[in-house]
Design a protein around this ligand. Structure first.
Ligand code: ADP
Length: 453
């Protein structure tokens, strides 16, 4: 029994079976006991009625009447005198009753009593009712109730309860096998799906099976498969993009260095080629730096060393650094910082964050637009936002832009020269500072990235 569903349903089966057995046993006992108590009460009631009548009107006729009244198949009555001798009997064959009478000899009853209650062994249950008319006239009225009908009832009950028990066991078995199938089928599908995933095949499709725990598990596996599939595609695209990103500057480096080495090239021209080589080398360095950061983050070897520095000069330095690039793209960079204050962060990492966000704002905005960098201190925290009037981010992609290697509309990113690393690096850096980053964006109108550190 190594299937969980089989186990669960087996426990269920056993539990219901135990409960049902208890219930059947309890009902069986209760019905029989109630019936027997009824018989005892009826017997005692009849006996005491007869006795009352006899005491009130002691005569042979009364006795005859009493005996006549009880002349049916189920019940018998005998009336004894003070010597224990039978005066009257409803049964002609007195001998069959007499053998039960020795019981009476040894007793001295004051009240009505059940003498024989063992309905299982004895042919009758017997009650005795003492009467006393005067000192000379006393004795017992003894009532006999056949136990045959009780035994018949018990037999019938046994058959009915047996049938009910048998039917419910069959029903339980049917429920058991269908339940274990219902539970097993999705589990087997999930097992096959995970086996496929472990082999690197991510094209898994699990059907929707509802909102219970199994449904949640199936949903999680499906999500995992989708994520892995997406990651696989992203990774391939990323590698293609990296190869492309590296090969472009490399082609320039090789080409221009070969030209610069030519003897016939003039000094001015050589300087121009060397400038291009330097620029392309910088681009490569930047890309490789980002890739290294990404690798470090994956290995968790990334450290942040916090220190205190002044906000305004720090941000002004960055503005100075990037202003020429903005001018080149015919964009304006606004800086808003109402008061100077102390920032508690790793200045190098913080510069990397700001530069990345400004670079994106510039990259994803058209000419003649404005990018604003706003800095403020609130609740002892440094908050800075980079706002642009650029192309914006589609709302259904906004949740993914911080994921490693994720790029909105791959072709658009490639034309803008992105590799999908920048924002994931930024997010890791912000979180390493214990801060958070938020983004609001409207497609076609612009984006605002806000960092709180
Ligand atoms: P990339 O190197 O491609 O820019 P990022 O991780 O920096 O990678 O950004 C992820 C994606 O988010 C980009 O592909 C880009 O489409 C989108 N994005 C980031 N910043 C902006 C922005 N300011 N405006 C519009 N889209 C942006």
């Amino acid at each position: 029994m190594n299937r969980i569903s089989t186990k669960v349903t087996a426990y269920f089966f056993i539990a219901v079976l135990i409960m049902e057995s208890f219930l059947i046993f309890y009902l069986h006992r209760n019905i029989i006991n109630t019936r027997i108590q009824e018989e005892f009460s009826r017997l005692l009631a009849s006996g005491s009625n007869h006795r009352d009548v006899l005491v009130e009107n002691y005569s042979d006729t009364t006795m005859k009447h009493i005996v006549l009244m009880e002349k049916n198949e189920d019940r018998e009555v005998i009336i004894t005198d003070n010597n224990g001798k039978i005066i009257r009997s409803s049964e002609e064959n007195i001998a069959s009753l007499e053998e039960l009478l020795p019981l009476l000899k040894d007793i001295n009853l004051k009240n009505d009593e059940i003498l024989v209650s063992d309905w299982k062994e004895s042919p009758y249950i017997i009650s005795a009712h003492p009467y006393e008319v005067d000192t000379k006239q006393s004795g017992y009225i003894v009532m006999f109730q056949s136990t045959h009908s009780i035994k018949q009832l018990v037999e019938k009950l046994n058959v009915h309860f047996g049938m009910a028990g048998g039917t419910s066991v069959v029903l339980l078995l049917i429920i058991y096998s269908s339940l274990s199938k219902i539970l097993t089928r999705p589990l087997i599908r999930m097992k096959e799906a995970t086996e496929k995933l472990s082999k690197g095949e991510f094209d898994v499709i699990l059907p929707y099976i509802g909102k219970d725990e199994l449904g949640d598990l199936s949903g999680s596996i499906q999500k995992l498969a989708n994520d892995l599939e997406r990651l696989k595609t992203e990774r391939n695209e990323f590698l293609a993009s990296i190869a492309h990103e590296l090969s472009t500057p490399l082609t320039y480096l090789i080409g221009y260095s070969k030209i610069a080495m030519r003897k016939e090239v003039g000094e001015k021209e050589r300087e121009h080629y060397l400038a291009i080589i330097a620029e392309e080398s910088d681009r490569m360095k930047e890309l490789i730096k980002n890739l290294l950061d990404l690798a470090k983050m994956d290995e968790n070897t990334f450290t942040v060393t916090k220190g205190y520095f002044e906000a305004r000069p720090f941000f002004e330095n960055i503005i100075k650094l990037v202003d020429p690039s903005f001018e080149l793209k015919k964009q304006k960079l606004h800086f808003v910082c109402d008061s100077n204050f102390q920032v508690h962060a790793d200045s190098l990492r913080m510069e990397q964050i700001v530069l990345n966000l400004l670079d994106n704002a510039m990259k994803y905005s058209k000419e003649n637009t404005i990018v604003t960098l706003e800095v403020q201190k609130k609740d002892n925290k440094t908050i800075f936002s980079v706002m642009d009037n650029g192309i914006g981010i589609p709302s259904d992609e906004i949740d993914f832009i911080f994921e490693k290697l994720y790029r909105v509309e791959k072709s658009r990113s490639r034309s803008f020269g992105g590799s999908g690393i920048g924002l994931s690096v930024v997010k890791e850096l912000v979180e390493a500072h214990g801060g958070n980053i938020e983004v609001r964006s409207t497609l076609g109108k612009g984006s605002t990235f806000t960092v709180t550190i």
